[in-house]
Ligand binder design. Structure first.
Ligand code: GLP
Length: 243
């Protein structure tokens, strides 16, 4: 694993954006895997800046998001569909037909998981997958205990994850109890992975990811077995690793 140290959140976001821009410059029809949460917000700001100031075009790019809450429709401001359009897609020249997120409001959720997994394969697989990490080691919404062999599936969210994400909702009761997420196997099939990590609250998780045993109890540990992972983390997030 290649670890890049950023001074702060802004530098972490800029370094991650630079990697995505390099990818698009090399292959204009790249397939990007995208993440949500607080961590990538700065990255998306930098991408919008690269589009507006440096004319980076996304018109041939295809995107697949990692996950979506079950039961929230596209207009719900807490849905990842809304997040992605609001914070990124509405501000760049991406073709709406090439933007993909699981539909957490689908009538048949299992069928939706199968459709999503197939669509990723049909697009030729993900060239670069952006990941964040949950405090309990989840990637996407693959909670501890999820078999490494899983592809896109429906997951029951951990109580700790619902609590961590309650800050985006009016109350904890509004946080969905399930999500659709790419599985660990889906994530591991991406050609390159960039994990971004910020803040001292993530330091312990990052240390476990890098040095801990590879175990389904800590899903992010599987990244030790991927051939092309770059971790871009700020100083606070690296504090447990540099001890
Ligand atoms: C969320 C998302 C993950 C994200 C993680 C960390 O639940 N499903 O993809 O990486 O939690 O979020 P944050 O960046 O807000 O700490």
């Amino acid at each position: 694993m290649n670890i890049i140290r950023a001074e702060n959140y802004k530098e972490m976001s800029q370094l991650a954006a630079k990697k995505l821009v390099e990818q698009i410059n090399e292959k204009s029809d790249s397939v990007l895997g995208l993440a949500t949460g607080s961590t990538p917000e700065g990255l998306y700001e930098e991408i919008i800046k690269a589009h507006k100031e440096d004319n980076i075009s996304f018109k041939d790019v295809t995107t697949f998001n990692l996950d979506e809450y079950v039961g929230l429709n596209k207009d719900n401001h807490q849905s990842y569909y809304y997040y992605m359009h609001h914070l990124l897609f509405n501000h760049i020249d991406i073709n709406g037909g090439q933007v993909n997120l699981p539909n957490g409001d689908a009538h048949d959720l299992q069928e939706e998981c199968n459709r999503y997994e197939k669509a990723i394969k049909q697009a030729g697989g993900v060239d670069i997958q952006i990941l964040g990490i949950g405090l309990n080691g989840h990637i996407g919404f693959n909670e501890p205990g999820t078999p490494f062999s899983m592809q896109t599936h429906i997951i029951d969210l951990d109580e700790s994850t619902r609590q961590a994400n309650a800050r985006f909702f009016d109350s904890i009761d509004d946080v969905p109890s399930q999500a659709i997420t790419m599985g660990i196997d889906t994530i591991m099939q991406s050609k390159q992975i960039i994990l971004i990590v910020s803040g001292s609250q993530k330091a312990e998780a990052l240390e476990k990811l890098v040095n801990g045993p590879v175990t389904e109890d800590f899903p992010a540990s599987i990244l030790q077995q991927h051939a092309n992972v770059t971790i871009i983390a700020n100083r606070d997030a690296l504090s447990e690793l540099s001890k």
